[in-house]
Ligand binder design. Structure first.
Ligand code: ATP
Ligand code: MG
Ligand code: MG
Ligand code: MG
Length: 569
């Protein structure tokens, strides 16, 4: 590419509203421009990086045996009604109507669409396992879009969905995807960790996240000093340090399935049916061996028909239970809604029916060092800050008994889930087994934040002059800077010759032939982060040399004019 005919839209000033380095540098280097909150245009330079990330993701997914498809971004509400998520998903789901008044959404994820496809296309166990992926635009109406493309509303995701006759086959593909993700993040040159994760609102049993370590990360990750144990702190806080204890139970009244339920059941239950059948909810806590009982807080939001919540065996609670605002919840629980609160608070149940978004559920137990497992899900609120969490602190023993825990910041760039039959049973996706019997499919799903990776890479690779791209995703691998090329035909010619030679050898080359002062060109090339820089000048041509500087090098060096290619290889 010749810079004189290419949009080099660099900026000197650091944009005021860009809080983190990657956002600042993507704007300053002319990679992206903001259209509206969470919506970005990729300029030519930024798009080159995005496409290289995509290519690596695609190559490794293809290698794993997954098949590429491309599904629509706009999805009909009927499928989301079937899965139950039309009601459940909350404010992140952008809903719209067509001219006939039919409901649609802009897909934040594609479990429903792929399950619908597979139930129509796959008939027999012989066609399994199958793994379909796409690299496609998602929309999530994030409550706080920020940090540029890191937490955008419209963004590019690679999402894959696998289908199986049984759990063993799902486990196999899950392992293949785990390895594939490692191969992808290795090739991308990232310093990353796979960690155990909560499966959250998407559902399912096991899940791992892949985190890029960076101080700007919105997640907190705990690691053992002496073993491979690593988990998202959301998951780590749910681990009772002294082994499992009996969880309090919750009784449901006026439901189709009465009986004792664990707190996790109520979470599942409410997420599916709160909007439809449940009228009265009875929360009943059982005492443990020390006579302690109780929930810290239970928060329900979204459309539901609950008109009564009753508490039993929860000391300190006067009925009827109160409605509360977010602020009151925060005050009562002592930390942000969505994180686990401290112990011994006499606030068992809080219901907020006014907020018309997601069903959130927050609880804990009033006993030292014990918190309920599997009950905390939240998709819409800011993640707990490390400072807010009292459950795991640095230096705590690792749950596997090996070493102590360290806490670091992470950016979630990938997430893999075993979904089980959550979607396939809700949507009746079956295949015939060897005996001709219909079997509900087992499912896995596997996401990568393709556009987020671009920002995450910058968080790990920069200095005060700009971005330092890993070669694999640099917009250009080599910059050839011609000094005064517009005045010196010899320089211009030598620059062009070198440009052609390197391109023929397969390099991505930017020929900086702009009529700019050398200082301006050098500053741009450094800001843009091109790994190798060659300078062609009259003085160099006289001595038959080029000047070379690697982006991470402190010093420049002269190399023979005809040695550029072997030097770079
Ligand atoms: P987060 O916790 O950051 O909100 P998530 O857990 O909601 O992410 P998933 O549903 O697991 O996201 O989606 C798969 C991947 O898509 C994530 O691992 C992340 O890399 C990427 N991603 C999710 N939300 C965004 C966003 N708003 N902007 C850019 N990338 C995103
Ligand atoms: Mg999210
Ligand atoms: Mg997450
Ligand atoms: Mg996730």
């Amino acid at each position: 590419m010749q810079a004189s005919r290419y949009l080099i839209a660099t900026q000197k000033e650091t944009p005021a509203d860009a809080e983190i380095i990657s956002h600042q540098m993507m704007l300053r280097a002319g990679m992206i421009r903001k259209l509206a909150a969470g919506l970005y245009t990729w300029l030519p330079l930024g798009l080159r990086v995005l496409r290289k990330v995509e290519r690596i993701v695609r190559e490794e997914m293809d290698k794993s045996g997954a098949q590429e498809v491309l599904m629509p971004a706009v999805q009909p509400s009927e499928l989301w009604q079937e899965s139950g998520r039309w009601v459940q998903y909350g404010g992140e789901l952008l809903r719209m109507q067509d001219r006939h008044g039919r409901d649609f959404c802009f897909g934040p994820t594609h479990e429903e669409v792929i399950t619908d496809l597979v139930r129509n296309e796959l008939k027999s166990y012989k066609e399994l396992p199958a793994n379909f992926y796409q690299i496609q635009t998602k929309f999530r109406d994030e409550r706080r879009p920020r940090f540029g493309v890191m937490r955008a509303r419209e963004f590019i995701m690679k999402d894959a969905y696998s289908f199986h006759l049984n759990k063993e086959s799902l486990n196999d593909t899950y392992q293949v995807m785990h390895r594939t993700y490692c191969a992808i993040f290795d090739r991308l040159g990232m310093d990353y960790r796979p960690v155990e994760a909560d499966s959250g609102a998407i559902g399912g049993s096991a899940s791992h996240e892949f985190h890029v370590l960076a101080s700007s990360g919105e997640d907190a990750i705990v690691f053992s000093t002496d073993s491979d144990y690593a988990a998202n702190i959301e998951k780590a806080v749910a681990l009772p340090p002294q082994g499992p204890r009996p969880a309090p139970t919750v009784d449901m009244k006026e439901t189709n399935t009465p009986g004792q339920r664990t707190i996790s059941d109520i979470a599942n239950f409410l997420s599916i049916e709160a909007s439809t059948t449940v009228k009265t909810l009875l929360v009943k806590a059982e005492e443990d061996e020390n006579g302690n009982s109780g929930l810290v807080a239970l928060v329900l939001r979204g459309d539901h028909n609950l008109n009564e919540i009753k508490a039993e065996n929860l000391p300190g609670i006067a009925e009827p239970l109160t409605m509360a605002t977010d602020e009151e919840i925060e005050q009562a629980v002592g930390c942000k809604a969505g994180s686990i609160g401290p112990v011994n608070l006499p606030v068992p149940v809080i219901v907020d029916r006014s907020a018309a978004h997601l069903a959130d559920f927050v609880c804990g137990a009033n006993k030292d060092d014990f918190h309920l497992t599997g009950v905390n899900w939240e998709r819409d609120l800011p993640l707990p800050r490390v400072e807010d969490l009292r459950d795991v602190v640095e230096g705590d023993a690792s749950p596997d008994g090996k070493g102590t825990l360290e806490i670091r910041r992470g950016i979630e760039v990938g997430h893999i889930f075993k979904l089980g039959n959550k979607y396939s049973s809700a949507m009746n996706a079956t295949v015939l087994d060897e005996n001709g019997k219909a079997n509900i499919l087992e499912m896995g799903c596997y996401g990568i934040g393709v556009s987020r990776i671009v920002a995450a890479s910058i968080e790990q690779n920069h200095d005060d002059k700009g971005i330092i791209w890993p070669e694999a995703i640099a917009p250009f691998e080599v910059a050839i800077v011609t000094l005064n090329g517009h005045k010196s035909p010899a320089v211009q010619e030598a620059g062009e010759r070198l440009y052609t030679q390197l391109r023929q050898a397969g390099f991505d080359v930017l020929l900086d032939d702009r009529k700019e002062r050398p200082g301006v060109k050098f500053a741009d090339i450094e800001l843009i982060g091109i790994p190798h820089r060659l300078v062609v000048s009259d003085r160099g041509l006289e001595a038959q040399t080029l000047e070379y500087k690697g982006r991470r090098d402190a010093d420049k060096q002269d190399i023979a004019l005809d040695e550029a290619l072997p030097f770079l290889i």
